[in-house]
Design a protein around this ligand. Sequence first.
Ligand SMILES: Cc1ncc(COP(=O)(O)O)c(C=O)c1O
Length: 379
Amino acid sequence: MTVLSPRPDLWTLDPDVLHLNHGSFGAVPRRTQELLALLRAEAEANPMRWFRSVPERLTASRLKLAAYLQTDPAGFALVPNASAGVTAALNAIPIPAGSKLVLTNHAYGAVLYAAERFAKANQAEVVVVDVPLEADDDAVVAAVEAVLDERTAALIVDQISSATAMVFPIRRLAALCRSLGIPSIVDGAHAPALLDAPAEDGADFWTGNFHKWPAAPRATAGLVVAEQWRTRTLPLIVSWSEYDERLPERFDQQGTADYASWIAAPESLRVLEELEWPRRRSELSTMIDEGAKVLAKALGTSVADVAHPAATMRLVELPYAGIPSVEAGEALKARVSAELKAEITLTAFDGRPFIRLSAHAYNSLQNYEVLAGRLPTVL
Ligand SMILES: Cc1ncc(COP(=O)(O)O)c(C=O)c1O
């Protein structure tokens, strides 16, 4: 049988399965899993001693994660996920009645929901800007600029979108917001390890996941807050650090929780470093271009023309006229998993359905060729 996931020394992924969706939930290297297991065993051997040791270890880990992002550690807090980061940011900004929260039509569904919740609670409204898939940076900035005005309470924008795997010109959008006095909230869920220093583009708030591309244990994410917002940015869970004046420490304590993931996360960064990640990432980028073409050819479709695609994700058009229902999409993914032994994700944008392919260090071109050989049989 073909071994589909190489390097079993590094990864524990089922070798009989095509793992082509790193973008959704990541995958944790074997070494990090082993460290995590050791930490949890240590906690269970003596929970009291473990919780006494957590603050110091958490601080060390947080500093390493901030250094990885090349961001000021005084403005960097740990959060369990990008959803929590966006919610904490929305909780920190003033949203006057009658104001508007601006997002694009690429925004992640749950982030749109968060904006809707805060808009509703404050008698504000959500405004969604249409940004075409093919829009280049100038077109993106122009589309967003057209709706920003004195009523805008914040711009919430993806750094790399989920459904469309598109890189947004965050530095320019953040500068535009600053010039207009509008807070910017950047959803960088996919940005760590796909972009270098993603938190340094000048946004008021930036959040990103370590549990996606940096392959950290799940529930590890960061929130970077510009200096003027640090005092009023509070964790969503009120705990013992409520009155801590420093932002990072205020977020460190979230009640009794499993802090082992945060403590183990830097191990995954070491694995990436050993894989010479930036070089590997650019190889993966070339590889996924090729893989996406092979799949599109097999499906008789094309690779979506995203002006600025994410390094290691590509959209391949599905051979359907419209978007299948959510239920039909879930059923198709389940069939692909059960019958083809392939894990893929489907996305939709502007009435068009896509397969969103990922590439991480465990993928090879052969993976996409195998998918291309199998997928037409179930569509
Ligand atoms: C663009 C974007 N934003 C936010 C999220 C939410 O991330 P999490 O589930 O870690 O909160 C995701 C997850 O895939 C995403 O792709």
